[in-house]
Design a protein around this ligand. Structure first.
Ligand SMILES: [Zn+2]
Length: 359
């Protein structure tokens, strides 16, 4: 990319927003992308121990070394379930249909206030869980209980196979309960509707607290004495793109405003960034030295603070921004809620006949 002026040219890789080529970006560009299976969210969660997740992952892919899977590879002949000693040990049998597994699931689900449904297999079980526990603290608890149950069943099956010992199903259940409680020890789950979760919290000995809603009054606040504030905003609809900025002093008096209508529809973050730059230009026209910039876009505020994934298409504007900011004695950038940024919001969405208006 030719930067022009005194800046040296920059090499950009256009297939990633930052323009940088790294191994993860290249891999993501080359790999075949598919939708994530629904069960992903049931096995890769922060509360779940990775060993439990990995064990469940193998089970859901039918890659767990069950006796039937080992027989397929010619490693064993005997495939009778070690738990019930009557059926063939497949993944669905071991983890769901075996009377031993059925007993474990019945009591796990009873603690969630539910009855065990009749299901065709493990994948169908995850679909049912996904519908039954859409959000909230019960979902987090069930996610942990799900992988913990799979892990406990696998552990018990291995104890029987390799050590010739049998643990009573109530003992297995007890260790499952305590592993779920331990996963949440020292943590508190947040929940909107406490009425629905009191019993579940008690059953699993997990701390759940109510989400607090504290109303906040939001309005535009003037800058500190001797400072000026530039509020900016971008606007993008299906047929129009624009941005605007307003500069005000510490008494709240407007000094200058700009509204720009763009010819091309770009991304909202690009417009937000250009809006900040437009506000900065106004400040320089007014020879201001202390400026507080406010934008309601978290992404662009992060960009200004050197965080996040900066798009290479804006590199020229970035150089311009940096040079202009360096001319100010002091500046700061902060996020403002939309309610505190209403004038800039109006300027950004102002439908004008000409491309730019400065007042
Ligand atoms: Zn069995």
């Amino acid at each position: 990319m030719e930067c022009g002026g005194t800046d040296s040219d920059t090499l950009v890789w256009p297939h990633y927003p930052t323009g940088l080529l790294t191994t993860p970006y290249a891999w993501n560009f080359l790999r075949q992308k598919r939708d994530k299976p629904k069960w992903c969210k049931w096995i890769w969660q922060k509360y779940q121990p990775p060993t439990y997740s990995a064990c469940t992952w193998l089970a859901l892919l039918d890659k767990a070394p069950t006796l039937t899977n080992l027989q397929r590879k010619g490693l064993v002949r005997e495939v009778t379930s070690l738990m019930c000693k009557s059926e063939v040990e497949t993944v669905d049998h071991l983890y769901l249909k075996c009377p031993f597994a059925a007993f474990i699931w019945s009591l796990v689900l009873r603690k969630m206030g539910l009855q065990r449904p009749r299901l065709a297999g493990l994948q169908a079980f995850v679909d049912w869980l996904d519908q039954t526990f859409p959000i909230g603290a019960p979902q987090h608890i069930m996610q942990v209980a799900f992988v913990a149950a799979i892990r406990c069943l696998w552990k018990e099956r291995c104890t029987r196979l390799f050590q010739g010992r049998e643990t009573h199903k109530l003992q297995v259940l007890k260790s499952l309960y305590s592993s779920v409680t331990n996963c949440f020890r020292g943590r508190s789950l947040i929940e909107n509707n406490m009425d629905l979760v009191q019993l579940i919290a008690k059953n699993w000995d997990v701390l759940i607290t109510a989400r607090e809603f504290i109303p906040t009054e939001i309005s535009w606040l003037p800058p500190l004495e001797g400072w000026f504030k530039s509020n900016s905003d971008g606007s993008l609809t299906s047929d129009r793109a624009g941005y605007g900025a307003i500069v005000r002093n510490c008494k709240g008096e407007p000094l200058r405003v700009v509204a720009v209508q763009e010819q091309r529809l770009s991304s909202i973050n690009v417009l937000e960034y250009k809006a900040i730059l437009a506000g900065l230009r106004l400040c320089q026209q007014l020879s201001l030295t202390h400026v507080h910039f406010e934008s309601d876009s978290t992404t662009t505020v992060n960009w200004l603070q050197g965080k996040g994934c900066f798009p290479w298409q804006l590199l020229r504007d970035k150089h311009d921004m940096q040079a202009r900011l360096a001319d100010l004695s002091e500046w700061k950038m902060s996020h403002s809620y939309r309610e505190g940024n209403q004038v800039a919001d109006f300027l950004a969405s102002w439908r004008m006949s000409s491309g730019m208006t400065v007042l």
